[in-house]
Design a protein around this ligand. Sequence first.
Ligand SMILES: [Cu+2]
Length: 274
Amino acid sequence: MTMKKFVTMLFASTLLFSIACGKGKEASKQDQGEDDETQTTTTAATASNAPAAAPAAAPVSADAATLTGLVKFEGAAPKMNTIQMSADPYCQSQHGGAPATEEDAVVGPAGELANVFVYIKDIKGNFPTPSTAVTIEQKGCQYHPHVNAVMVGQPLAIKNDDATLHNIHAMPTANSQFNEGQPIQGMVSTKKLDKVEMTPFKIKCDVHGWMKSYMAVMPHPFFAVSQTNGTFTISNLPPGQYTVVAWHEKYGQQEQRVTVGAKESKALSFTFKG
Ligand SMILES: [Cu+2]
């Protein structure tokens, strides 16, 4: 950084964003080469705990298509056992009446499969990164949500809602791993992942062996996670021919080719077997 740039930044930080100054220095290390205005905007958004403003909406094409779908599990649903949390009385106390169950395969009464990450594998383009953070909460000594994704460079806020120690041990392969303790209730760590990693990687807690979560890092916004009713929706998709991938932590992944025309809405179905 040149002295001139440093002085300019210092002046702007002091005058306008003295509270955010500490974070400004961090941001400037990561974002060297960007102009000062961009850094300041990023810093102010990152430093604030106020509800984030709506992200800059991606340009909606009048021709945009929609993919909807249903993911099902075929055969007898595997039984998910109760999680034994007695090693940490705090965790156990958060599930007094109804102990939490494992989440490796969340299957509904009609075979609806939740927590399947569905995404477009092969779309090219330059898609703006939302400035709004994606949040993972550690609550009742489980991760919420269980499966999620961020876009490259989008803030990922990891929050400890529990009055017990958790550590965030993220195990990506393309991005850098990190492992960070959160001993205090209310702590939030914010990360940015800078490489595409479309197959979700595991995040675990080394204190509580049952805690597992999965996270993907996407170059575009065309992804969804199946809900407990098995459905998903990918909207605002430019017309075209795509490969759609459905990934599940236990049952692997499948692909389908799909073609969507202008303003078309198309339904897909994926079926996984044990
Ligand atoms: Cu934990």
